[in-house]
Design a protein around this ligand. Sequence first.
Ligand SMILES: C[C@H](O)[C@H](O)[C@@H](O)[C@@H](O)C(=O)O
Ligand SMILES: [Mg+2]
Length: 392
Amino acid sequence: MAVPRIRQLRAYTVRGGGADYHDQAAGHWIDDHIATPMARYPEYRHSRQSFGLNALGTLVVEAEADDGSVGLGVTVGGEPGAWIVEKHLAGLVEGQRVTDLEKIWDQLYLSTLHYGRKGLVLNTVSGIDLALWDLLGQVRQEPVYHLLGGAVRDELVFYATGPRPDLAQKMGFIGGKLPLRHGPAEGEEGLRANLDALAAMRQRVGDDFWLMWDCWMSLDLDYATRLAHAADEYGLRWIEEPLLPDDYWGHADLRRRMPARMLLTAGEHEATRWGFRLLLETGQVDIVQPDVGWCGGITELRRIAALADSHGKAVVPHGSSVYSYHFVLSRPNSPFAEFLMMHPDATEVVPMLHPLLLDEPVPEGGRLRVPDRPGFGVRLNRELDLSRPHTH
Ligand SMILES: C[C@H](O)[C@H](O)[C@@H](O)[C@@H](O)C(=O)O
Ligand SMILES: [Mg+2]
């Protein structure tokens, strides 16, 4: 039987939510005074959009085969990512067989080494890889988790990220991850405000519900050490991305200094098996959190997860909707998943990548049975203002 070949790789950009879920309208919790490394500059402390967190916007990648099947991948990448897809990488992918994911990934990574390795370029490689896994699922008429070796559990359980763990608890999630609001630039007053907020939330949810802090790379070793020890009184389950992603050595120092029962997690801004080797072996993190749309796609995430497993570490992908759900379903060392509460006040469950996808499933009662539809089981919302890259 002739294996279909990839006829065309197309890129689109779109603004307003979607894969660039930080690209929200004013007033959304996700842009409301969250601690970041830029907070040392007071003018950028109130909003992450103020320094361009949403500068890129969503990148949509479509891969069409010569049998008419179409695969869909999404990531953060916008116009520059679309240009890389159509003006560089499409030429390497078109004409290849839909089955040849490993060879294609190798060529995408090696052909962009001189300007890639992480960040926007690996986001773009990831977006293409996701589209190709979806395409293979469409051609084979099987969900991606079947292609990954099948399910190791019946359903997924989730923790929720957002400002309302108390509501997440009522909705059936297994824990709530709070964005940390104040970093070192706001001194002891900010540290106290962080702890007061954690204490108040612990009071609301009781002692048995997981509470975590997402520090979004905003702290230094001294502040993170003091914060972790003070937060241990309130049973903080994990402290996430406390330091700069390149400071693998600082993570190891923090791991040695922080309370033993508290977990150190990181990885959403890391890419490739080499980056995660550093995070695991040098950084000594307890849980790695790759984003499947940023780390190299499913093809690379398989390698990252196997590496983590060899260290006895869990892989809990950063919130990336269906693109990580199929992976988590198929991995023994992915015991739960993240759900980002993208409602502006986090008061209800809405699709994480809204309004980008049709048929995007959401947890009910904090749980989800992944639909058995082909590929990742979602379709592009063509009602959106989708733009192709400028070719000049
Ligand atoms: C909520 C966090 O500040 C980030 O916005 C989020 O994208 C990420 O860090 C996460 O772990 O969900
Ligand atoms: Mg995070």
